[in-house]
Write a protein that binds this ligand. Structure first.
Ligand code: COA
Ligand code: AMP
Length: 628
């Protein structure tokens, strides 16, 4: 069947489509039907099913006789370590950790925060939670104590599982002081923490800390706890317009069905194939495609700890793909921009056998045509851009390579996947013509596995996503659909920016800047960057009579963002201006500032770290009367 047949088949009868996909999951009690719409515009899928996520990701493969198949390949060039874990070994480790958590009183529905680096134990921790029905919330290691504290207060976890450290180029990032700092700041206090000690740095344990192996030792291995289809598998916080992150809730049954469906139909892998997503478990890509989808589908997943360049050089990705027989590879365009910058001719790839790789998948930010064409030429496999969000958990628009390899149009993440009716709407909420720009919206209901609500914030869910365009989910992205049905995602309609594939809120950064005692007013915008796609840049208006030098204030705010949000914000650019462009009603004209920064000569600056660029932006603002 062609993509078109399958898509139209879904559209004609979505419930049958998803009930058929649900047959690939091992249910304790199968769903009696697919969709619950009595609460529309809030929808739920497979609500009355009884199931366990970990059983489907681990135990069922052992039960099917595939226990000796490799589940996880760990490859860490940054620490010089490699290992392989079979499904049987994974089952033992997960059941032991889950048994330890259960013995300490964790039961179904309790929240557990996971603050871990890219080691296989991160997956073990996630699976141990879902094994006993606990709801995990993974926090990315590049976030600082304050961001962790915000998530502790929102998720109110009974326990936190953390690594002793992460390893970044040239430095070991000790997690324990960040964890202790976060627990101190947070109003909610977890009952205990579990610390996974790494050889690179041993954490000193305090009264509420338990060592990972001590927790596992001597416990009764936990059995899989059956939960209902609508039970939250996890909460993942993501950036919104304001500083408060949104807790995206992932429902158990829909998550299993949809992710399993994507592995063959989108990523074109069969059980047993090696699949690699080079991201981090702290992001949605890591949840869906490092941990859950490959394991549920019976694939081998690669846990990679390192960077595409410099560990040891720009050939790391090629080495990992060749050495581990990776069949489908997924990462963010920024990683390829980094490789291209180091090895523009792509010469290093010649030392590796890439013949088994079928395709490269890019997501997380707009894939620029240069990068796509470079990757296609150097690797010699199709490059599929695909578009999705933390909220959906998997592809909204992509190339359904496992069904039919449709022609790639460079600059477009291709076409809507079954489950998604994508529409381009104008400000009045009317559908607009092919080729015209508008807000990208998805006709409700969203498909299984997508967010049914925000954690403890159902009203925010409705106001953030379902209110602007009644009957639709508002994606926050703008773009167009061409005559052939190909989507083009051009920009965000809100204040979210995308830095090296990481979704960040400029509002959150503005809150930090505004807290500086000498900052009277501020704005943060995203400016174009050749490597990271976008970088945040702050504009500061100082208090009258401020005696501190501009340079000192700029350095203060740069340090403050790193300390409060974390190094991942990559906030290194700020300048002092005498006023901010505003509308008559006093609203800051961020779009004007973005267009100043993006206009010539700033477009795609060679390196935004160059102080000259900052000066040029400032001069442009001065010419318009905004800067001193
Ligand atoms: N723990 C602690 N610090 C972290 C961290 C972690 N898990 N991850 C990143 N950081 C730090 C980095 O060390 C860096 O600190 P610095 O300012 O002291 O140099 C800062 O946060 C910014 O990190 P990053 O944006 O990753 O930049 P980078 O220069 O280290 O690497 C890339 C740039 C493009 C190579 C890298 O971002 C990359 O490989 N991205 C592609 C894959 C990906 O992660 N995609 C995400 C969604 S699919
Ligand atoms: P996140 O929730 O972190 O996955 O970020 C989702 C956002 O990243 C989307 O709403 C888009 O703004 C952007 N994004 C993700 N994938 C793509 C893509 N393929 N093309 C353009 N933008 C993308």
């Amino acid at each position: 069947m062609s993509y078109r047949d399958i898509y139209e088949g879904w559209k004609a009868d979505p419930e049958s489509f998803w009930m058929k996909a649900a047959e690939a999951i091992d249910w304790v009690k199968p769903p009696s039907r697919a969709l619950w719409s009595d609460d529309a515009p809030l929808y739920e899928w497979f609500k009355d099913a009884q199931v366990n996520t970990c059983y489907n990701a681990v135990d069922r493969h052992v039960a099917a006789g595939n226990g000796d198949r490799v589940a996880i390949i760990y490859d860490s060039p940054i620490t010089n370590q490699k290992s392989k874990t079979t499904f049987k070994e994974l089952q033992i480790q997960v059941a032991a950790l889950a048994g330890g958590l259960a013995a300490k009183g964790i039961t179904a529905g309790d929240r557990v925060i996971i603050y871990m680096p890219m080691v296989p134990e991160s997956l073990v921790a996630m699976l141990a939670c879902t094994r006993i029905g606990a709801v995990h919330s993974v926090v990315f290691g590049g976030f600082a104590a304050n961001e962790l504290a915000v998530r502790i207060d929102d998720a109110t976890p009974k326990a936190i599982i953390a690594g002793s450290c992460g390893v970044e180029p040239g430095r070991v990032v000790e997690y324990k002081p960040l964890l202790d700092g976060a627990i101190k700041i947070a109003e909610h206090k977890p009952e205990f923490t579990v610390i996974f000690q790494r050889t690179e740095c041993k954490a000193e344990l305090g009264p509420i800390d338990v060592e990972w192996h001590d927790l596992q030792a001597g416990t009764i291995p936990a059995k899989c706890v059956t939960v209902s289809g609508d039970h939250p598998a996890y909460i993942l916080y993501t950036s919104g317009t304001t500083g408060a992150p949104k807790g995206v809730v992932r429902p158990t049954a829909g998550h299993l069905v949809a992710l399993n469906w994507t592995m063959k139909n989108i990523y074109n892998v069969d059980p047993g194939d090696v699949f690699w997503a080079a991201s981090d478990v702290g992001w949605v890509v890591g949840h869906s495609y490092i941990c859950y989808a490959p394991l549920i589908h019976g694939n081998t997943t690669v846990v990679f700890e390192g960077k595409p360049v410099g560990t040891p050089d720009a050939s790391t990705f090629w080495r990992v793909i060749a050495e581990h027989d990776v069949r489908s590879f997924f990462t963010a365009p920024t990683a390829f921009r980094a490789i291209k910058r180091e090895d523009p001719t792509g010469n290093l790839i010649k030392n590796f056998d890439m013949s088994r790789l079928r395709a490269l998948y890019l997501a997380g930010e707009r894939a620029d045509p240069d990068t796509i064409m470079w990757a296609q030429r150097v690797i010699g496999v199709p490059v599929y851009d695909h578009w999705w969000q933390t909220e959906t958990g998997y592809t909204i628009a992509g190339n359904p390579a496992g069904i039919e390899k449709i022609p790639v149009k460079i600059g477009s993440p291709s076409v809507a996947m079954p489950g998604y009716d994508i529409q381009i709407l104008n400000e009045e909420g009317d559908q607009i013509k092919a080729g015209e720009l508008g807000a990208i919206a998805i006709k409700l209901p969203l498909p299984p596995g997508t967010l049914p609500t925000l954690w403890k914030a159902p009203k925010r869910f409705v106001s953030s996503y379902l209110t602007t365009f009644p009957g639709y989910y508002e994606t926050g992205d703008a773009g167009m659909i061409d005559e052939d049905g190909y989507l083009y995602v051009m920009a965000r309609t809100d204040d979210v920016i995308n830095v090296a594939g990481h979704r960040l809120s400029t509002g959150a950064m503005e809150e930090v800047l505004a807290a500086h005692p000498e900052v009277a007013e501020c704005a943060v915008i995203g400016v174009g960057d050749d490597l990271k796609g976008q970088l945040p840049m702050g504009f500061l208006c100082l208090n009258k009579g401020c005696t501190i030098s501009e340079a000192e204030i700029v350095s203060d705010v740069v340090n403050l963002v790193r300390e409060k949000i974390g190094p991942v914000a990559a906030f290194k650019l700020a300048c002092v201006v005498n006023r901010l462009p505003k509308t008559r009603s006093g609203k800051i004209l961020r779009s004007t500032m973005v267009s100043i920064a993006d206009s010539k000569p700033f477009k795609a600056p060679a390196t935004i770290d160059d102080p000259k660029i900052l000066d040029e932006i400032k001069i442009a603002l001065q010419n318009l009367g905004y800067a001193k």
